[in-house]
Design a protein around this ligand. Structure first.
Ligand SMILES: CC(C)(COP(=O)(O)OP(=O)(O)OC[C@H]1O[C@@H](n2cnc3c(N)ncnc32)[C@H](O)[C@@H]1OP(=O)(O)O)[C@@H](O)C(=O)NCCC(=O)NCCS
Length: 426
């Protein structure tokens, strides 16, 4: 079934109609409708008016998604007053399985129509659609951390931003092997997408990227204002296997010896690629600082330099939000680093995931079944989403009263030695 054309949710259609608004699927083959939708989306995030070239690029992106609009037919504008889009994205979960999850993006409501329940209808509609499709999870990255808790999402990965003073630090990461070379984004696109896929499959919390999202990391998209400044360096192993790349641009300073490197994306499918690309960045001449964003909480930069304080975390933020829709399917999809058994009582205001379940882990694999046994742990679906990928949050949530009962048992089962990471936005 083509997820882009599954009929819209009746409940949301009724809720919106009751306020005089029309809920509609946008036909990706209708350029006027899609362009209007894209303009509304850009405006919703305070972006610029898209040029013809930007629209053409965005059309390519959004053609692969289920694009939904809300129109105010009584008003003078034909552009949507609300937007959202969705698609099934493979989310890597602990143990390496890739679970089709309902990715939700482009949630905007025109400021002229805010706080009238439009977002509630859009989110509710797509969660019910995903649940009806049998998808165990919905996922999103967020503009503000106060919005999505009410729909059962919980922050499940955290990301870091770094500034490294490269005049201060020296490389201390040992010898590196393999080959570094400059590449042209167009020529490298296919290889780069394969490298990204390998990197994303190799780390829980990452998602498989649609081609447009991958291209954005490898090189400039149409009408990217930084297009001419962007450089791409690829890493191939000693045997010639493509294993990583870094895309970046340089910002000048009054002092020509003190450029700043802004990393758009560093993709590493192997530790060798990660080390070699970091070394490349830190050793660049005429550079005083390297800045990177959206790395994991365990990005090992400080281990790679001689002066730890020359590499500073400048930001630590929630990043991927997870909404569990089907508790047994979600919990059985991942593996566990310890064996054990725990009864979870899950509360869910929207009803999808509510219930009491026994999770039994043997040899790292889980069996999950409804039970009437007394609960060991009581938590809302948001908290279950937060611990699901293995991030170290259970004890904090217990301290705040959002997980009750045997939090140590829960933490032992769910937490992973390597923390989850999502290193891009969607
Ligand atoms: C966030 C946004 C989509 C909300 O749309 P909306 O139609 O005004 O939201 P609703 O009227 O459906 O609100 C539903 C609930 O969310 C709350 N809410 C909505 N936006 C909120 C925000 N930014 N911060 C805190 N609460 C918010 C509402 O108060 C309401 O709460 P309630 O359940 O207690 O009644 C809209 O403000 C927007 O487009 N913002 C700019 C773009 C953006 O940040 N989008 C999110 C991308 S991840």
């Amino acid at each position: 079934m083509d997820y882009r054309t599954i009929p819209l949710d009746d409940t949301s259609a009724r809720e919106l109609a009751a306020t005089g608004l029309r809920y509609a699927l946008v036909d990706a083959a209708d350029p006027d409708a899609l362009d209007g939708w894209i303009r509304a989306d850009f405006r919703g995030f305070h972006g610029r008016r898209p040029s013809a070239e930007m629209l053409a690029g965005a059309r390519e992106n959004f053609a692969a998604r289920r694009n939904i609009a809300v129109y105010d037919d009584e008003g003078p504008s034909r552009e949507p007053v609300g937007t959202v889009n969705t698609w099934p994205a493979p989310l890597t979960v602990p143990g390496g399985a890739r679970v089709d999850s309902w990715a939700i993006s482009s949630v905007t409501v025109a400021p002229t129509h805010r706080r009238r329940g439009v977002a509630r209808a859009l989110l509710g509609g797509e969660l019910r659609t995903a649940h009806a499709l049998g998808l165990p999870l919905a996922i999103l990255t967020v503009s503000e951390s106060v919005i999505y808790g009410r729909w059962g999402f919980g922050p499940a990965t955290w990301s870091t931003a770094w500034t490294i003073d490269t005049k201060r630090v020296r490389w201390a990461g040992g010898e590196t092997t393999g080959r570094l070379s400059f590449a042209e984004p167009d020529e490298y696109a296919e290889i780069g997408e394969r490298v990204l896929d390998r990197a994303m499959a190799g780390r829980h919390g990452e998602i498989g990227l649609q081609p447009y999202l991958a291209k954005r990391l490898i090189g400039p998209l149409p009408a990217d204002p930084d297009a001419e400044k962007l450089r791409l360096v690829r890493y191939d192993s000693a045997t010639g296997e493509p294993e990583g790349f870094v895309s970046y641009s340089l910002k000048g300073d009054d002092d020509f010896t003190r450029h700043t490197v802004e990393v758009r994306y560093l993709a590493a499918a192997t530790p060798e690629a990660q080390r070699a690309l970091w070394r490349y960045l830190l050793d660049l001449d005429l550079v005083a600082a390297v800045k990177v964003w959206t790395r994991g909480v365990d990005e090992p930069v400080q281990a790679l330099v001689n002066d730890i304080r020359g590499a500073r975390v400048t930001d630590l933020e929630d990043h991927l939000w997870v909404r569990i829709l089907d508790v047994p399917a979600a919990l059985q999809a991942r593996t566990y680093e310890q064996d054990g058994s725990v009864v979870l009582d899950v509360a869910d205001d929207l009803g999808f995931a509510a219930g009491r379940f026994r999770l039994t882990v043997r040899d790292g694999r889980a069996e999950v079944a409804p039970t009437d046994d007394p609960a060991d742990v009581t938590l809302a679906v948001n908290a279950l989403g937060s611990v699901y990928l293995g991030h170290d949050v259970a004890r904090g949530l217990a301290l705040a009263g959002r997980i009750e009962g045997d939090v140590d048992a829960l933490d032992r089962l769910f937490r992973t030695a390597v923390p989850p990471r999502l290193s891009t936005w969607f």
